[in-house]
Structure formats: C-alpha cells, structure tokens
Design a protein around this ligand. Structure first.
Ligand code: ACO
Length: 428
C-alpha cells in the first residue's frame, strides 16, 4: 500500500482517490468511495480496467508473456512439477514438503469415488448430450449429496469441499465421457496418479487390461498444469461472484463450468481444432487469414488472441512442444499439426496480427494433443474444467477468507425509458 492518490475532477468538484500498489504489476485506483463522494459510478463493460479483488494466487504480465503461480513461472512448473503439486501450491501458497505432498495426494486419492446414486443423474441425460451440459448438471448436483461440506463459514467444511471437488471432478468428467460412448463407468484406481487414474477411468473397458502410457500421462498432466489457474478470467470471476452471495462451493464451481463452456473462453480449444480441420491443408490458410481480417466477416482465428496476453501466451509455447512430443510418441502423423504451425507462422508475420498483438493462446495446440490421445473434441472443454477446478477452488477460498469481501453487485449506466404511466391494453 502507498500514500499515493489520484485526483479526479468531475466538473462538480474534485475527489482524491487512493492509489494502491501490489507486490508487482500496475497500481490500482481505489474507487470504492467514488459514488459516495461524487454520485458517479465508473463505466467498464467487460471489466477491462477493473481489478475486482486482491489476490495472492496468480500473476500475469500480458505484455511480457509472463505467468506466475504463487511467484513460480509456469514454464518451470510445467517442466519440473506435477499437477498435484501445483494444486497444493495454488491452494496453500507454498510448494509442499515431501510429507505435505504425500498427505495431500493421499487425501485427494481417497476422495475420488462419487456417491453411487450420482450415476443416476447421467442416465437422465440424452446419449448425445454435450459432456459440458452433463458437467454443469452433475457438478451442481453435488451440493445435494455432500451436505456435510456446504457450510461456507466453517473452515473445516470448506477444506473438505475443496478436496472433494478436486478429487471427484476427474471421476465425473470420465463418467460424462463413458456415458456418451455407451460404455460402463470405471471406478477410480487408487494405485495410479491423479492423471493416470483419469486416463484409466476414461479409456479402460472391463473386457481388457489398461496400461497408462507414461508419455501420455505426463503430457496430460502438463496440460492440466497449464490450465490450472489464470487469475480473474471470466469463469473464475463467475465462481467468485456466485460465491460472494454465500452460495455453496459445488454450486459456485457449476457456475464456473457454465461460463467456461463459451467459445470465447474454454470452448476455444474445441473451436480451434474444428477450425484447423476445416482449413485442412496449408494451401487454404491464406483464405482463412483473409476472412479473419475482414471486418464484415464474423470469423476469428480460434486459439488466437487473448484479453490479457498481448505477447506469446507462455502456455502456448509449452503446449506446442508437448504436441510435438505426443505426436512422435504415439506415432501420429497429423496433418492438422502442420496446418497449425504454418498458420501460426503466417499469422505472426501478418501486419494485422502484429498490429493487434494477436498471438496463439493456450488453446491453439492443446486440441491437437488431446485429439492424438483419443479425446473427442466435445471433451476438450471438460478437460479444461477439470484442471481449472483447482484454480476455482483456490480463488473461492481466498475470496471467502478475504475480510473486504462483499456480495458482487456491479452498477449500470441506465439508458432505458424514464418514468412513464401505465397505459391500459385497450389504449395502446
Ligand atoms: N482473429 C481475428 N481477429 C481477432 C481475433 C482473432 N482470434 N481476436 C481479436 N481480434 C481482433 C478483433 O476483431 C478486434 O479488432 P478491432 O480492434 O478492429 O475491432 C481486436 O482484435 C481486439 O479484439 P477484442 O475482441 O476486442 O479483444 P478481447 O480482449 O475482447 O478478446 C478474445 C479476446 C475473446 C480471446 C479474442 O481474441 C477472441 O475471440 N479469440 C478467439 C477465441 C479464443 O481463442 N479464445 C480463447 C481465449 S484463451 C482462454 O480462454 C483460455
């Protein structure tokens, strides 16, 4: 915190607004007293200039392409850590000791089963339901099963709910997949890692043994790390907003899943792969680049551009390398990978993309990896939701523990009709 302030002249007088400093990153003007002092609100659709909270979890410098979790660069975490350790870090603020790590892993592993009756929910969905639709419904339903961890004022219940969410989301996601392909649900296997267990629950069938491929396991684990948190993005802000009213954590995470589903957010990896498939061959790239630049065409290059990154998304770099490794390991010759690399090359050298600072984001390459592993495109956003649950849970806990937390309640610039008298239907 500093003693700096900003003076705002509204035309009807001036007001001094405190300027707050974080540990790193831009200062913020504290406008909490603005309405009381001037009778005016700020106007910021899409919150492009608004800090909605204080947070110690994730830091992004979009201009430099930096992403830190609790201070640790994402590249180091992706290379040296694993998803369980990153989950601990996001939740607790520090890397775990060996004992803390083992205890955490044990606890999460012991919560992976879901209430047997939850399976009935799946049977209520049509077979062709989008797995994200199933996720919204089933995760929301968790609050009906785990009553003993919905009191948000009890720290112990919050902890149990957090562990349950992180532990059960892979089981719920795998069940959504199994239901869509008409195969029996697979129970968790506690002898496997978090990610290995998810792979087995997704791809194993009772008729034959299933071996987790360590390269695939590592690649997917890395994808989970890269998606674990991203400060106050749309879905995380949704979770915080839902939680600000005191809603239980399961309902809040279901709200986050609903927000993540949109193609401008988590749905982009599915949209990016569909787009690459539609382009199909490097010779058609120019045509699509032209469409992306055409103001009269709503088409956008999916997997390109980001609200915060105006430089190469550091996660996209790791993702490109991982895509190469997985394709080599699985001996998959996917022409789509060549289309993606060529498209990236052409776009990064095109004036339109340079001027607008549009770079590949995390979703540009992730679909290629997930496709090679065997996930259908409809599962891509589900995998994102699985990983982001850790971030949502960490951010939700931080919000509940923040003494300055209030119910989220934005204001508006009203541009509708002014007061008028009701007119009887016969006189209209
Ligand atoms: N292709 C072509 N043009 C683009 C693209 C794109 N992918 N992204 C942005 N632009 C252009 C816009 O048309 C706009 O041009 P204008 O200034 O002439 O009007 C300009 O760049 C700025 O774009 P905005 O939409 O205003 O930027 P914003 O920060 O609101 O949007 C967003 C960011 C939504 C991610 C956008 O870049 C986009 O739609 N990208 C494609 C979808 C995508 O990949 N989403 C994943 C995001 S990452 C994630 O959620 C994990």
């Amino acid at each position: 915190m500093t003693n700096k302030s900003a003076t705002l002249n509204t035309g009807n007088g001036t007001i001094d607004l405190p300027i707050l400093s974080g540990t790193v990153g831009p200062d913020v003007i504290d406008v909490r007293k603005l309405y009381g002092g001037t009778g005016m609100f700020t106007y910021d659709p899409g919150f492009t200039s608004t800090a909605s909270c204080e947070s110690k979890i994730t830091y992004i410098d979009g201009d430099k392409g930096i992403l830190l979790h609790r201070g640790y660069p994402i590249e180091q975490l992706a290379e040296k850590s694993n998803f369980m350790e990153v989950a601990y870090l996001l939740l607790h603020g520090e890397l775990p000791t060996k004992e803390q790590y083992e205890q955490f892993r044990y606890t999460i592993t012991r919560h992976t089963m879901v209430h047997e009756q939850l399976a009935n929910f799946y049977r209520g969905f049509r077979r062709d339901a989008h797995p994200m639709a199933i996720m919204c419904g089933v995760v929301g339903a968790l609050s009906a099963f785990y009553h003993d961890s919905t009191d948000i004022n009890d720290p112990e219940q919050r902890k149990i709910a957090s562990h349950r969410m992180i532990a059960k989301i892979p089981t719920i996601a795998a069940m959504a997949y199994k239901y869509s392909v008409g195969q029996p649900f697979q129970y968790p296997d506690n002898s496997l890692s978090y990610t290995g267990n998810f792979l087995k629950m997704t791809f194993a069938v009772p008729a034959e043994p299933y071996e987790v491929d360590p390269v695939v396991e590592r690649a997917l684990d890395r994808i989970f790390i890269l998606h674990a948190d991203h400060e106050q993005n749309a879905s995380t802000s949704t979770v915080r907003l839902a939680g600000s009213s005191g809603a239980n954590p399961f309902a809040c995470i279901a709200a986050g899943i609903a927000c993540l589903w949109g193609p401008a957010h988590g749905g982009a990896n599915e949209a990016a792969l569909n787009m690459l498939r539609e382009i199909g061959t490097p010779s058609r790239i120019k045509e699509y680049i032209a469409r992306a630049k055409d103001k009269n065409d709503p088409f956008r290059l999916m997997g390109f551009g980001h609200r915060v990154y105006k430089n190469y998304d550091p996660r996209a770099k790791v993702m490109q390398q991982t895509a190469k490794e997985v394709l080599e390991r699985l001996n998959v010759k996917d022409p789509i990978f060549d289309v993606a690399r060529e498209l990236e090359h052409i776009a990064l050298n095109d004036d339109y993309f340079i001027e607008k600072k549009l770079y590949p984001n995390v979703d540009f390459y992730s679909g290629i990896i997930l496709n090679a592993i065997g996930f259908p495109t409809t599962m891509f956003t589900v995998l994102f939701a699985l990983a982001r649950t850790v971030g949502w849970v960490a951010q939700w806990n931080e919000m509940i523990e923040d003494p300055s937390q209030k119910i989220g309640r934005p204001r508006q610039l009203y541009v509708g009709a002014t007061q008028r008298d009701y007119v009887d239907i016969n006189q209209r």
